[in-house]
Design a protein around this ligand. Structure first.
Ligand code: CP
Length: 331
């Protein structure tokens, strides 16, 4: 194993006393900035010849994914490896869940193997919060239903901060299926805490006016808001979470809300275009926009690795420091 014995240039250690990362709703602005600053340091580490640091040597990180994932699962695995932790993937589809074992019993068995951190993705909102009350390991929410996806929100902010140099004062449009999007919720919490103006845009069935209570503007005419935007985050239609009938057809959705070159040309020349992935080319955005000069889609993935290194780094050891199961952090 190629591990530097002493990290010659460790990332800064901002104050951090949380044991779990369950959502961005509960984080203070300074805690969000602390994660982003730490992620900046790990981005620099990722550019070195020796990309591995010993910060989590001897620790065990389990990925418990009850939903499919490409980016989140693999980047958490790679992040843990770069911090020198041992990693293990748990596959729900080939587990003893099929024999009737419960979610909590499954997690307790994994903890009995020594897991220090569990990275959890689950279709049920609140599933990671439930585990945090029943196991002693640190829990990281990797997406719970339509509720939150905190590391996606953080990597989106990191990409904005890197491209624009700031978040405060920017106008950020979240476009698409806001109602069913955990990415939208995590973005809303983090962007508003850091002082951005957030506009939610999509058909009324997917962007109800009630979302204004989260401190955002709600709009249904994308062409009208585009000239005001510094950043547009194009969200995927969550067909798997919809009952259907939210809009007449995919073609009609693309006509009114798809990001095309014509729409990019309506915006400021330095519009930053984000999309959390997976992207549906030709539905939420055209291939020329996805691959064009305004797009930061692949930079988001690179930043995702740095953010996940930062989160694992900041949470590491909290479970050992507080061996009492996490009942102190009820949802
Ligand atoms: N953006 C995101 O969460 O992608 P995955 O579903 O591939 O992890």
């Amino acid at each position: 194993m190629s591990v530097a014995p002493i990290d010659p240039d460790p990332p800064p250690r901002p104050p951090w006393d949380r044991r779990h990362l369950l959502g961005l709703e509960e984080l203070r602005a300074d805690e969000i900035v602390a994660i982003l600053d730490t992620a900046d340091s790990f981005l620099e580490v990722s550019r070195r010849d020796r990309k591995k640091v010993p910060a989590m040597l001897g620790r065990i990180v389990f990925n418990l994914f009850f939903e499919n994932s490409t980016r989140t699962r693999t980047s958490f695995s790679l992040a843990a490896k770069r911090l020198s932790a041992d990693t293990q993937d748990f596959s729900a589809s080939v587990s003893s869940l099929s024999k009737g074992e419960t979610f909590i019993d499954t997690a307790k068995n994994i903890e009995a193997m020594g897991a220090d951190v569990m990275v959890v993705r689950h279709p049920t909102p609140g599933a990671p919060h439930l585990l945090a009350r029943h196991v002693g390991a640190s829990i990281i929410n990797a997406g719970d239903g339509a509720h939150e996806h905190p590391t996606q929100g953080l990597l989106d902010l990191m990409t904005i901060r890197k491209a624009k140099g700031r978040v405060a004062g920017l106008t950020v449009g979240l476009v698409g299926d806001i109602a069913h999007s955990r990415v939208a919720r995590s973005n809303i919490w983090a962007l508003t805490k850091l002082g951005a103006n957030v506009i939610l845009c999509g058909p009324p069935t997917l962007v109800p006016r009630a979302l204004e209570r989260l401190g955002c503007e709600v709009a249904h005419d994308l062409d009208a808001i585009l000239p005001r935007l510094d950043v547009v985050n194009v969200l995927r239609i969550q067909f798997e979470r919809q009952a259907g009938g939210s809009f007449p057809s995919v073609a009609e959705y693309s006509h009114f809300y798809g990001m095309s070159q014509r729409r990019v040309d309506l915006a400021k020349p330095d519009l930053l275009l984000l999309a959390p992935g997976p992207i549906n080319r030709g539905v939420e955005l055209t291939p020329e926009v996805a691959d064009g000069p305004n797009s930061a889609i692949l930079a988001q993935v690179t930043h995702g690795l740095a953010v996940r290194m930062a989160v694992l780094y900041l949470l590491r050891g909290k479970a050992q420091a507080e061996p009492d199961p996490g009942r102190r952090e009820p949802r």
